[in-house]
Design a protein. Structure first.
Length: 235
C-alpha cells in the first residue's frame, strides 16, 4: 500500500510546495485548517502528518493534542519560530520532530523518511524480538506494548526509547546515547526531549495499570530499565 501523508498548512503556496516535494514518493492529502485536519485524521489512516503550528482556526498545538488522543502516527511540526520552549512543548504533547522554516527540500524529505523508518522498520533481525518483563510485554515486530494484556498507545519515539532500554536491561543509557540510538542524524535533537518522552512513557504505562516504574533515573547519568523481578541490585 502507498504511504499516505497529510499536509496541514493554511498557506496554499506552502502546501503546494510540500506536495511537490512528496509527490514522487508518497500519496498526499491536504488540509488548510485545524478542524479539517482533525476530521481527515478521524476518517483516514495516515502514515505521517506534516503539521504547521500557525493555523487560522485552532493552532497546531491543539491539533497535535487532539490527534494524539486516538492516533499514534508520527507528527512532523513546522514552525517559523526557532524557539526552544515551543519545541519542548511540542514534544510534551506528542510531536515527533520539528522543522523550522525556511528549510531545504532535501532536509524535509530526509526528516520524513527518518520518521517513516521509525514507524515501519524492516521485518528482519531484531524485528522479531519479544521482550517480557513483569506485567509488561514489548513486541518489536508489531511495535506494540502491553501491560497485563492491555495495549499501550505509544508514539514512535516513546516505543523506540522503551525498546532500546529493555534490550539492554543492565546498561545505563546517557541522554546522548539515547539520542544516537533513537534519533536519526537528520532529525532535530535536544537532550531535554528524552526527559519529556520518558515522562510521557511512565505516565502511559502507569495509566494502563503497571504497578512499578520500569524506567529508573540514574542521577547525573541517564536512564536504565528496571524490573522488580530482576535479582540484580537496584536503587
Amino acid at each position: 500500500m502507498p504511504v499516505k501523508i497529510l499536509i496541514v498548512d493554511d498557506e496554499w503556496n506552502m502546501r503546494n510546495l510540500l506536495k511537490i516535494y512528496l509527490s514522487n514518493r508518497f500519496e498526499t492529502q491536504e488540509a488548510s485548517n485545524g478542524v479539517d485536519a482533525i476530521q481527515l485524521v478521524k476518517e483516514n489512516n495516515y502514515d505521517l502528518v506534516v503539521l504547521d503550528i500557525m493555523l487560522p482556526d485552532i493552532d497546531g498545538w491543539e491539533v497535535c493534542t487532539t490527534i494524539r488522543q486516538t492516533k499514534q502516527m508520527p507528527i512532523l511540526m513546522l514552525t517559523a519560530r526557532d524557539d526552544m520552549k515551543d519545541k519542548v512543548y511540542g514534544f510534551e504533547i506528542g510531536a515527533d520532530d520539528y522543522l523550522t522554516k525556511p528549510f531545504a527540500p532535501e532536509e524535509f524529505i530526509a526528516r520524513v523518511k527518518a520518521l517513516l523508518r521509525r514507524t515501519n522498520p524492516p521485518a528482519q533481525g531484531l524485528g522479531t524480538e519479544t521482550i517480557q518483563l513483569t506485567d509488561l510485554v514489548i513486541y518489536s515486530n508489531s511495535r506494540e506494548v502491553y501491560v497485563n494484556d492491555k495495549q499501550v498507545d505509544l508514539t514512535p519515539k516513546e516505543f523506540d526509547i522503551l525498546f532500546c532500554l529493555a534490550g539492554s536491561p543492565k546498561q545505563v543509557f546517557t541522554r546522548d546515547i539515547l539520542l544516537d540510538r533513537v534519533w536519526n542524524a537528520s532529525e532535530y535533537r535536544d537532550a531535554r526531549a528524552i526527559d519529556t518522552h520518558v515522562k510521557n512513557l511512565r505516565e502511559k504505562l502507569r495509566a494502563k495499570g503497571l504497578h512499578y516504574n520500569p524506567i529508573k533515573t540514574v542521577w547525573g547519568v541517564g536512564y536504565r530499565l528496571y524490573d522488580p523481578e530482576d535479582k540484580g541490585p537496584h536503587e
